[in-house]
Design a protein around this ligand. Structure first.
Ligand code: SF4
Length: 232
């Protein structure tokens, strides 16, 4: 595993659970609003930015203070030994496992679900399929559709989520995204926050959506999914 970092305690990443968050290096997307752009490159990254031993030593010491581990990225499904890594966590620690993914590798997610290795999965639905080309190779949209169907039928806890950015998302776009995940249990609308880390320079001073705008998006999405939550 190419591990890039560890957040030792998070109350935000896994709903109602205290989780450690481990970041993987490398991503196949280039979202202009990415806050983790230092995690995108995989080829030039060293093999082990954070040694696995560091992570497992940490779990050994802190497992009693945690409910769960969240694996995020980058894109975790690009790691060839992701499954073995998850198995090692599940076999050795009494912790729940959450995976964050951009949904671009349905086969990996199918295998993890079939092997019952995940307790919670969060899938980014970043745009309508027509618009995926501004953040990812176009063919990955087909993978996303497969992933959405797998997750909808998985029987585990899950969320779909969209980081909404002025200039990239509007009411029509939210409607198309909500149609893609029709029938889902939960959908999170995450408000964009500008920062100097954001990948695209033109978004580093972009505004966030107002509360009123977010509520309008929620009103649209709630016709298609059971629960819409705003993360502002
Ligand atoms: S999928 Fe995530 S890590 Fe990859 S570019 Fe997009 S926001 Fe960044």
């Amino acid at each position: 595993m190419k591990l890039a970092g560890l957040e030792k305690t998070s109350l935000l990443d896994y709903p109602d659970q205290i989780s450690a968050v481990v970041f993987t290096q490398g991503c196949n997307f280039y979202c202009p609003y990415c806050h983790n752009s230092q995690l995108i490159t995989i080829e030039s990254a060293p093999n082990s930015i954070m040694p696995e031993t560091y992570f497992f030593d940490f779990l050994e010491q802190r497992q009693n203070l945690l409910d769960a581990v969240t694996i995020t990225g980058g894109e975790p499904c690009l790691q060839p030994d992701l499954k073995e890594f998850i198995i090692k966590i599940k076999q050795n620690y009494d912790l729940k496992l959450k995976l964050d993914s951009n949904g671009s590798n349905a086969a990996v997610i199918k295998d993890l679900l079939e092997e019952k290795l995940l307790d919670y999965i969060a899938i980014d639905v970043k745009a309508s399929l027509d618009n995926y080309s501004w953040l990812a190779p176009a063919e990955l949209g087909l993978e996303l559709e497969k992933t959405i169907n797998l997750v909808l039928n998985s029987g585990i806890d899950y969320e779909f989520r969209t980081t909404v950015v002025p200039g990239l998302h509007d009411s029509k776009e939210i409607k198309k995204i909500a149609e893609l995940i029709r029938g889902a249990n939960s959908y999170y609308l995450q408000n964009f926050r500008s920062s100097t880390n954001v990948l695209a320079a033109e978004l580093r001073k972009q505004r966030s959506f107002t509360e009123q705008e977010l509520l309008e998006f929620k009103e649209i999405a709630v016709s298609y999914v059971k629960k819409v939550i705003i993360r502002d």
